[in-house]
Design a protein around this ligand. Sequence first.
Ligand code: HEC
Ligand code: HEC
Length: 469
Amino acid sequence: MRRRIGWALLMAAMMAAAAFVACSEEEGDAVRVDGPSDVAPAEQASGEPVLLPNGAGRFPYLTALAREGQRIFRDDTFKSETFWGDVLRLHDAIKGRALGGVGAGLSPAEALALGIKVDVTAVPPDVAAAAQAGTLDLDDPKNTLALLKADAVIGIKGVFEGNDLVGVGITCAICHATTDDSFAAGIGRPLDGWANRDLDIGTIISLAPNLQVVADRLGVDVATLRTVLQGWGPGKFDAQVLHDGRALRPDGKPAATLIPPAFGMAGQNLHTWTGWGSIPYWNAYVANTQMRGLGTFYDPRLNDPEKYPIAVATGEWNKRDDEDAITSKLAPLHIYQLSLAAPSPPAGSFDPKAAMRGSRLFNGRARCATCHVPPLYTEPGWAMHTAEEMGIDDFQASRSPDERYATRRLGGLWSHQKGGFYHDGRFATLREVIDHYDELLDLGLSEGDKADLEQFLLSLGDPLEKKKK
Ligand code: HEC
Ligand code: HEC
């Protein structure tokens, strides 16, 4: 008897859950809702009810958070227009003199060349038609404004008064999304979590009319700052320089690192190239101190005058803005990022037989799996290694609290080959990465072994995806 009441309650709960899911369903969404609708509990082979009583998992709660997180990831500037607009006046450089700004303005052609991506689903029909007919003037900044106004520019949000662009802010998607190029190069449906290795964010920042604040902070003149920014190159950003002021490596090359993918992260402890912390840690770090949104950020590890003189001088290791537009976003943002699976490689993009042989090498003789432990492809635990262990210099590691490099997860590697591998892209190809390990670990791999390992690396999609039968 008690058992039957239990089922009845569960059924009712599940129907409520199904209704909830149905209500919040939108078209073309990227969040998959896993759970039954009208499936009777007994038939539920996968065995996971969507809604369980308190004390057990509440999966619709996660779905709702993920949806909200998607919006935040794509659209939330965290009030960063107070910096990019009000302080840097980047919008004036986008408009150009003809529209009341400064300089020549940023045309759509130039924006695309700088790796800025356009969401085709938001492009106004008349603009799309003109583009298709070849009559859209891609050299006119006015059309950049039209795209901004239509909210079609991925990761950049214009603030408009009527048709006048009066400010600009950025979102996570500017660096961590690309498109499928379904309309044209750089124009398509958004792919969240993919590393935008085309984005030349340094050059974009260098266009801003007022960089004095940043130059003062770093203790350099504006011309020097512009040179540094323009030296980063596509797909790179320096997420530490505003704290440590170390803009150049000892060899004189720019200190920027590659934008990593932000997918396939579930189950991993420490994130970023040098393992600064968890996903919510890093999101707070970046939204506050890099995107320069308004919020609260606390990390006493940065209160170190030797290592992070600027974080100490500015008090930014303990940032308390009057307004907080970030903290309430961290939970949804976290859940959304956990929902972003690493993309599977396109059919035919690798040789399955060679990949199978490569898998045996990876897990055996080549010793890769001692650090890249499947199916996470990073170590469960504290996945950090010294520069010496990795056979590389310690510059970037030395800028982080733990002074080590974090073992990278490898799912979806095929999607971010542009810009190279390792934190600074020092290895242009996967083959170079393999050659490095061959030498470092004295593996004695043959040319065939190396080719097989490479095919295996190219075959990796989402590590948790069940192997298709
Ligand atoms: C201007 C470009 C830029 C923006 C904007 C940006 N990121 Fe990043 N992101 C980077 C770079 C570069 C790194 C690597 C930093 C490092 O390792 O020192 C990174 C690292 C990460 C990582 C770690 C990924 C991994 O594989 O270790 C996550 C997660 C992440 N960003 C999420 C976000 C979120 C969420 C936002 C918005 C709040 C955001 N980022 C905004 C450039 C950016
Ligand atoms: C001692 C631990 C360790 C071993 C063994 C190891 N790796 Fe790594 N791997 C790392 C670390 C740490 C990084 C990140 C280096 C950096 O950030 O510069 C990395 C990075 C990589 C990358 C680059 C990922 C990216 O996004 O740029 C690839 C590919 C890779 N490893 C493949 C392999 C292969 C193949 C083997 C075996 C031949 C192997 N690794 C063995 C720790 C290890």
